[in-house]
Design a protein around this ligand. Structure first.
Ligand SMILES: C=C(O[C@H]1C=CC=C(C(=O)O)[C@@H]1O)C(=O)O
Length: 387
């Protein structure tokens, strides 16, 4: 199967997930399983998968299912599932697709207020004895014409050779599209891998500045603190499931076409083969890459400071098969696409050492993954930060 064909054949409502090694396309809904208890949902999926027509479940977990009217996790047993090899270099033959011109862009909150929320978070971290909280903002973009998630996904796949590029149908005809650098969890047999990311600097078209940015990130004490909180939490969540766990003591510099990050590859050997990739993802989520530490207090603080619901942003997206193998990415660098509008999300980890203006700039830089795929100029959304 040709991976580029899977990109061409993707239509809104389908599920698509491309990594550096494999491309997955799933279509149709033989059954849908939803629920706010992710561990229970993982167990239901494990029970039904062996007799499913296509023995793979695909879907999304929300950022939080803690509130009473929470967004539920949504797993689909598709009618058809096709796997192919890597999308690159085959997708190079596909033309870039036009996404249209926005007629209105609104930042939620506006840039000034986001920086003020970061300053407030820094104060609250001390007052509430938190080590880290992740604060996000959103950009609402409106178009005069219907906006095509197929076009955005195609461009995202072309732009991102590595990482996890996804499109997932959501209730109400909406689509979550994105290209995340971050692996929450993969399981193959008894081998599990997580690749948590925290600590960021923007890439630059100027090679000298670009290299300097990478070096500055590697040397940044603030970013190493932010990263250490994350790695510790991921290791702690995986340890009860693993016979062995390898946690490197120093993160490595990783890159996407738009960002530098600190990343740590954590590898484990499962003690019990019956624990599925989805069950492990549910145990890990939400990590301090998108929530904070301690988890509950950070979730509450983010909820107090962010003027919108995260929905499926900062959740997880992926698949699990009847053997329990699968791959789940953290759903960041993404947008939720409706008919003539979409909402982009970007967040950043705040620690007591964080600087509000630098954090605002970091969210702008993170929007570039989607902005680039939509054909917007470099530096967008400058000029739209005012809300
Ligand atoms: C929360 C996001 O990024 C996370 C992943 C990598 C680096 C991050 C950071 O440096 O703050 C964030 O933890 C996002 O892109 O919305």
């Amino acid at each position: 199967m040709d991976a580029a064909r899977l990109v061409e054949e993707y239509v809104r409502g389908d599920f698509f997930f491309a990594t550096a090694e494999t491309t997955l396309h799933a279509a149709g809904v033989a059954a849908e399983l939803t629920g706010t208890d992710e561990v229970a949902l993982a167990e239901r999926v494990r029970t039904v998968l062996p007799t499913a027509a296509a023995p793979v479940a695909v879907g999304v977990l929300p950022f939080t299912s803690a509130e009473p009217d929470a967004t539920p996790g949504r797993l689909v047993l598709p009618e058809t599932v096709r796997f192919a090899g890597p999308a690159h270099p085959g997708v190079n033959r596909l033309p870039r697709r036009d996404v249209g011109t926005p007629v209105r862009v609104r930042s939620l909150p506006d840039g000034r207020r986001h920086a003020a929320a970061v300053a407030r978070a820094v104060t609250e971290l001390r007052a509430r004895n938190l080590r880290k909280v992740v604060l996000a903002r959103a950009l609402d973009v409106e178009f005069a014409e219907p906006v095509s998630p197929e076009a955005i996904l195609c461009n995202l796949v072309k732009d991102n050779r590595r990482g996890y590029t996804f499109g997932a149908g959501l209730p109400g005809g909406r689509t979550l599209v994105g290209a995340s650098p971050e692996l929450l969890l993969s399981r193959r047999g008894t081998r599990v891998v997580s690749h948590p990311h925290a600590g960021s600097m923007p890439r630059s078209p100027d090679p000298v500045t670009d290299t300097e940015n990478g070096k500055a990130l590697l040397a940044s004490r603030k970013d190493h603190i932010e990263h250490a909180v994350l790695t510790e939490a991921v290791a702690e969540a995986l340890r009860p499931f693993c016979r062995t766990l390898d946690v490197p003591s120093v993160p490595e510099l990783v890159s996407t076409p738009t960002m530098w990050h600190l990343g740590t590859t954590i590898r484990g050997e499962l003690a019990d083969r019956d624990v599925t990739a989805l069950r492990l993802a549910a145990a890990l989520h939400p990590t301090p890459a998108i929530c904070g530490t301690p988890t509950e207090s950070a979730r509450q603080l983010a909820g107090e400071l962010e003027p919108f619901e995260r929905g499926y942003y900062a959740g997880a997206v992926g698949w699990v098969d009847a053997e329990g193998d699968g791959e789940w990415a953290v759903s960041i660098r993404c947008a939720e696409v409706a008919q003539r509008s979409l909402r982009l999300y970007a967040g950043g980890g705040i620690v007591p050492e964080s600087d509000p203006d630098a954090e605002l700039a970091e969210t702008s830089a993170k929007f570039a993954t989607l902005a680039r795929a939509m054909g917007f100029p470099r530096g967008w959304p400058a000029g739209h930060e005012g809300g």
